[in-house]
Design a binder for this molecule. Structure first.
Ligand code: NAD
Ligand code: IPM
Ligand code: MN
Length: 356
């Protein structure tokens, strides 16, 4: 079978982690006789430099005519002083919105091999941690009305958090469907003690829950959820939450996996899925062969599973990652005592070698 993949390496460590991932996919193609066709496109800071805008029309066209999108990361200090709608990060929002990717799955799983890299005590970790954060991705404060205006007290800036019933209903349904295949527990995270948008969110999630009597639903305020993720992460199975709360909580949850360099993601909801690591362009380590490519490589596994229905192939990647960790190879971010510390390229090479 032939699959067309749009590849957006982006900025900072993006190109480094994407390169290793493409090579992994190529090896999967050889082993399982698939043809992966990669079309590179510019987005983010590099697109601003080359074409004057973060998300060129041509890039959107490449994505729309592909079967899936693989993205590294965008952003960097060089572009930080540009106006909001011209910044590299705008490319991500544009891609998510135009591809209709309202559901962002961020599975935070602590691999057995990385227990030492997780900052939590072993009695908190117990026999392992496995949380799926389901983040709403095309609504909320990211996409509400925003701007700056003059007031009597000088300039004011504002961003409106707004959710429609339909936006909440569809992401809640997805979360319940995912929970049905897991431990059948959904925690909906909001700030319903303060925010009107959260009160609507909570009501609609409750309505959706009626169709899933087997799933246990609880509601939690976001401040408490942030604390509970550290105090007792085992209480969570599926967390469903808004765009901004999901952004913040998933970075927090990434430490459960040992490092943000481990956390993959899938953005779904439209015809074409987009797959990217949860981390950013990590300017502090860019170009130094220090980045952990595993989050991106595991995102490719999610692509094989969700976009192409290639479960065996996805599993092969996940197994290869675990095998390399079993052999005690670690990038710096997940290294603990006694580990063999290696760089981005070597980690990619070892994972490819472990593929069967
Ligand atoms: P970041 O995720 O880039 O980095 C945070 C910290 O984690 C840094 O110390 C970095 O070195 C480390 N880190 C991140 N990924 C790693 C990896 N694969 N291996 C090892 N260490 C890793 O977040 P930031 O510093 O807040 O943001 C930097 C830039 O990235 C900003 O411009 C931001 O807007 C952008 N950003 C982009 C995305 C994306 O493209 N999806 C996501 C988050 C941030
Ligand atoms: C992420 C990032 C993005 C977000 C930014 C870079 C737009 O932090 O994918 O988690 O906030 O969604
Ligand atoms: Mn983020």
């Amino acid at each position: 079978m032939k699959y067309n993949i749009a590849v957006i390496p982006g900025d900072g460590i993006g190109p480094e982690v994407v390169r290793e991932t493409i090579l992994v996919l190529e090896k999967i193609g050889e082993l399982y006789r698939h043809k992966f066709n990669f079309t590179e496109a510019l987005a983010g800071g590099c697109a601003i430099d080359a074409c004057g805008e973060p998300l060129p029309e041509k890039t959107l066209k490449v994505c729309k005519s592909s079967d899936a999108v693989l993205l590294g990361a965008v952003g960097g200090e060089k572009w930080d002083s540009l106006p909001g709608n011209k910044r590299p990060e705008q490319a991500l929002l544009g891609l998510r919105k135009s591809l209709g990717l309202y559901a962002n799955l961020r599975p935070a799983i602590l691999f057995e091999q990385l227990k030492d890299a997780c900052p939590l005590k072993s009695e908190i970790i117990g026999d392992g941690l496995d949380i799926c954060v389901v983040r709403e991705l095309t609504g909320g404060i990211y996409f509400g009305e925003k701007g700056q205006k003059n007031t009597n007290f000088g300039k004011s800036g504002y961003d409106v958090e707004i959710y429609s019933e339909e936006e909440v209903r569809r992401i809640a349904k997805d979360a319940f469907e995912i929970a049905m295949k897991r431990d059948k527990k959904v925690t909906s995270v909001d700030k319903a003690n303060i925010l009107e948008s959260s009160r609507l969110w909570r009501r609609v999630v409750k309505e959706v829950a009626v169709d899933y009597p087997e799933v246990t639903l609880n509601h939690m305020y976001v401040d408490n959820a942030a604390m509970q993720l550290i105090r007792n992460p085992k209480q969570f199975d599926v967390i469903v939450t808004t765009n901004m709360f999901g952004d913040i909580l998933s970075d927090e949850a990434s430490m459960i996996t040992g490092s943000i360099g481990m956390l993959p993601s899938a953005s779904l909801g439209g015809n074409i899925g987009m797959y990217e690591p949860v981390h950013g362009s990590a300017p502090d380590i860019a170009g130094k062969d220090l980045a952990n490519p595993i989050a991106t490589i595991l995102s490719a596994a999610m692509m094989l599973r969700y976009s192409f229905d290639l479960e065996k192939e996805a599993y092969s990647i996940e197994k290869a990652v675990k095998k390399v960790l079993d052999q005690n190879y670690r990038t710096r971010d997940i290294a603990s005592e006694g580990a063999e510390v290696i760089g981005t390229k070597e980690m990619g090479r070892l994972i490819r070698e472990a593929l069967i």
